[in-house]
Design a protein around this ligand. Sequence first.
Ligand code: BGC
Length: 508
Amino acid sequence: MPAIVMSNAGPNGAKKLEGKITIYVVICGVIAATGGLMFGYDIGISGGVTSMDDFLEEFFPVVYERKHKAKEDNYCKYDNQGLQLFTSSLYLAALVSSFVASKVCTKHGRRLTMQAASVFFLVGVIFNAAARNIVMLIVGRILLGVGVGFANQAVPLFLSEIAPVHIRGALNILFQLDVTIGIFVANIVNYFVSSIHPWGWRLALGLAGVPATMLCLGSMVIAETPTSLIEREQLMEGLAVLKKIRGIDNVNAEYEEILHACEMARQVKQPFRNLMKRSSRPQLVIAIAMQVFQQFTGINAIMFYAPVLFQTIGFKNDASLLSAVITGIVNVLSTVVSVVLVDKLGRRFLLLEACGQMLITQVAIGGVLLVNLKSTNELEHGVAVWVVVLVCLFVSSFAWSWGPLGWLIPSETFPLATRTAGYAFAVSSNMLFTFVIAQAFLSMMCHLRAGIFFFFAAWIVVMGLFVIFLLPETKNVPIDEMSERVWKRHWFWKRFMDEEALDKKDSV
Ligand code: BGC
């Protein structure tokens, strides 16, 4: 039975949007989501590689020596700007490239943007795996970053646009599910290659070519989104794809709705300038805030540096990678929970529950380390196990909330006219703050010590209040009706939407 959702948009008022979950739409979703694998694999692999002795000895001899000195300060042994730059350079490249990707997405479609992503990524992989010096390493990472910027721009938009409205959350979260699978696989690879000397790290970096090849081949067989086709005036193709992905012939209501959105979008000549108008403020603020807050949960302090972190608190090399594998599994499984629940319980419920769980676990981790981990001692085994359990509880709550929803919500809130431009701000905010955390975390840990966990806990309180007061629910609202049904009805944001009429005059 096709699901029916009422729609108010379009020139003719309320209509029915019909559509079932076809195998075809699921296959397109699964294939496109492999873009998330590239991103995730990289997040997982950089932490592992930067804690491998062979890698450190070759490129960061100072860190290598410091790591092996007896009685080095527990909280400071990895603090090195060069090492952090290796991890972070990717994010700076992704930040800049997401704006270029937004233009490519509008002009040439979501599919071609994904293909370009995979090609950049593949070339970056070659540079990294063959690196003979730091310059090759950094050039490789920059190319990987461009790949990530392109993929993270195109994939979530693609997923939100092809999804039938009642499973839009679930389908979009396939992207984040692949991010978590990528991180998990990378953790396993780290674990095994760390015993291959002296070139295990090359294998680890080289295997990033696998997800990129999957995306490259996959994106040749999937459909372009009907929205992107219609936006680029390929009306017949757009209609045909819409029928195919919905599995029904009568797609008139949705087709009209997309046509209407495209007409509105065509009137906007300069999407980026339009984004600066008052009427775009609600979506823009939400998109940026979701990503900034996502990073200030402190998740990447754990993801990038899980092996480093676990070594810091007294696990030996192998044991620490193994602990990182455990958090990886928790991350994947908890994301599945989100896929199942997001369209039933809604976005706000998941975010708020997670704020509570993350707050408690961050404070507990900070407390345990404050009491038990001094500069040069090792944690008792039992205490260290407790830290791993707390980290798992923290990761699970992130994985069913801020992780996936940081990507989902910005991809579904903008009207078509500003969608790709607005989403570029979401992607680049993610990259900017991922960079900030990656670059600062090890130094912050060295200075704030266990206090770093209280720092993140304080942010979690802020983001909880933000959700309560400022984040509207977007579950089950058709993507092209957000303005009417969400923003114009929100107690706070509606004052910006009243100005929409004023804005329109000078946007044409
Ligand atoms: C975030 C990443 C994070 C990952 C963890 C993603 O949504 O953007 O920064 O490392 O989730 O699973």
